[in-house]
Design a protein around this ligand. Structure first.
Ligand SMILES: Cc1ncc(COP(=O)(O)O)c(C=O)c1O
Length: 340
């Protein structure tokens, strides 16, 4: 087997390196690297808050959105409490649960790859402190509609914090998108998680943020590491916020490539549901293991869940073409519409 990796499509990264204006801001910050960053990242919080049109007391930042998620768990979970999430999902959630001594409660996805909101609600009990919803969902890309999300939030008991992971929200398209600002106003037990790693292409710099009610945010901020957000990352995020238009055009290109990939793969006979992240999800019983082998042989690194699925990050055009060529050679899945 040829193990040379030509295209990295396994981690839902952006195919684009930082914009020139962002690199310039980072270089300036590097020249000052002998100085500490702010003790707590108050300036960055203010910038993000202004950009999100909320008060700074509603924003918390951390080492990637995964760092913010850990801070939330540290704030609300006592050993022996539990944490519910749809499974499969982002690999970090069981790890974070273990870090804070929470009992993980994985709730299977429904057969069409959606988070089963009814089953999640049923899984909540007096020990549950956090329930995670990932919207759009990793790895399937499925979207919980605004209506379903509101109904879900109304039914979650008040002692449970809802962690709404919107790491991929910038890639979602459609009229059914939840209005996050309205949800935050209505639900004081909600933390919306966002990141600069995906649409903003700054995965290496580790900056994510959470939006929530001031009381919840204050509790989470107690777990903010002093000097924890580095100055180069802060400069890059601020410059990225100034370059919003350019970055949105990049996201539009990724979305167009996602739709092209899906359309072409459906044409090859794969059964693919519409997805809203920067990825495409191929699921068993389509021949995902054979697909994974073909991609590896073609130098494409994808995320393979043996016997279950294959998550392909949407890359640049050349990488996506390599995916299409490799998967076209896989023995034909059944014709569309004939799934058992
Ligand atoms: C659903 C989801 N949430 C969060 C993250 C982590 O992002 P960050 O780089 O902000 O920690 C990922 C990364 O793949 C993800 O898929």
């Amino acid at each position: 087997m040829d193990s040379t990796v030509l295209h990295r499509l396994a981690l839902n990264e952006s195919p684009y390196p930082p914009l020139p204006s962002v690199r310039k801001a980072m270089r300036r910050a590097v020249a000052q690297a002998h100085r500490y960053p702010q003790f707590y990242p108050d300036d960055l919080i203010e910038r993000i808050a202004a950009w999100c049109r909320v008060g700074p007391d509603r924003v918390v930042v951390g080492s990637g959105s995964v760092g913010v998620a850990l801070q939330l768990l540290q704030a609300v979970v006592e050993p022996g409490d539990s944490m519910a999430y749809a499974w499969r999902t982002f690999d970090a959630y069981p790890l974070l649960a273990a870090m804070v001594g929470a009992q993980p409660v994985p709730v299977p996805l429904s057969p069409d790859g959606r988070q089963d909101l009814g089953a999640l609600l049923t899984a909540l009990d007096h020990r549950t402190r956090v329930v995670v919803l990932c919207n759009p969902h990793n790895p399937t890309g499925s979207l919980v509609t605004a209506e379903d999300l509101s109904a879900f939030l109304r039914q979650v008991p008040r002692h449970v914090t809802v962690l709404l992971d919107e790491a991929y929200v910038e890639f979602a398209r459609g009229t059914e998108l939840p209005d996050t600002a309205a949800l935050l106003d209505a639900h004081p037990h909600l933390l919306v998680l966002r990141t600069f790693s995906k649409a903003y292409g700054l995965a290496a710099l580790r900056v994510g943020y959470g939006l929530g009610a001031p009381g919840l945010v204050a509790r989470i901020r107690r777990h903010q590491l002093p000097f924890g957000i580095n100055a180069v990352a802060t400069a890059a995020v601020k410059a990225s916020l100034r370059a919003g238009g350019e970055l949105r055009r990049r996201v539009d290109t990724v979305v167009a490539e996602r739709e092209r990939l899906r359309h072409e793969l459906v044409g090859q006979g794969w059964h693919i549901r519409p997805g809203h992240a920067n990825s495409v999800w191929l699921a068993a019983p389509d021949p995902v293991d054979e697909g994974a082998a073909a991609l590896t042989a073609a130098g494409v690194q994808a995320r393979h869940y043996p016997g279950e699925g294959l998550r392909l990050t949407v890359g640049g055009r050349e990488a996506n073409d390599a995916v299409l060529t490799a998967l076209a050679g896989v023995s034909r899945p059944q014709a569309p519409g004939r799934r058992p």
